[in-house]
Design a protein around this ligand. Sequence first.
Ligand code: GLU
Length: 298
Amino acid sequence: MPVPPPAQPVFRFAPSPNGLLHLGHALSAIINHDMASAMGGRFLLRIEDIDRARCRPEFEAAIFEDLAWLGLSWERPVRRQSDHLELYAAALERLRDMGLVYPSFMSRGEIKAAVAAAEASGQAWPRDPDGTPLYPGRERDLSASEQEALIASGRPHAWRLDVAKAAGRLAEAIKWRETGAGPAGEAGLIAADPAAWGDVVLSRTDALSSYHLSVVVDDALQGITHVVRGRDLYHATSIHRLLQRLLDLPEPVYHHHRLILGADGTKLSKSNGDTGIAAFRAAGRSASDLRATVLNAT
Ligand code: GLU
């Protein structure tokens, strides 16, 4: 029997066009690109623009310009998430059919007030790995007819994943293979902890898919074998692995790389104009200078 050739590795850099790319994005794109070259793999670029309120075409154009200036090449056509909203809706529908998502009608203000009320009574309210208070509602307990009546009345709502119920469905604990490192140096086979996020939002009336849902659908559809991204997304992997298991999607290897911090020790943001790739270029510095700067930054 002929032995099938090993699958070709597939990498992706997946920025959101909601601002200019900074040096941290450059590091991520370069690591992806270099790992793909070293492993004889493919390198894809994906535009994660589901947040229509914040993403703009001029930022997308700037992503192409900055990456080309860096000397990176990627396959075309480039996948743009806003072109595929129906796929994320279908994935949500599947989870709904499995009884694992429920409509949540609490507004952001109501959620904030509920957490503040709990904390005012002396209770330390749990926070997710990003520091956001966990969803305090009990809307998962609404009956089907209560849910239907509220939806029919036109109340805006989000669809939340019932994380405890979803995790309880799985026969074995969820893990992932980490070839980079987590914030505390975690590496190797990592036990996922989706409960740390509470009942995450997978879709809203005003934003038809969430980052978590669209990223796992697209990584599977694009055959991504290696997810290489910044350590700030390390904990999100717990939710991604849970969604992959629920939706029967393949499991990529994960590699979380270090972040480049600003002079004040905080994470770079897209509004930090002076740490942008475009600003670096405008200052007359070269692409090889940028490559050396980000690869040597500690
Ligand atoms: N779109 C995400 C970001 O710009 C990255 C998603 C990922 O690599 O999983 O932060």
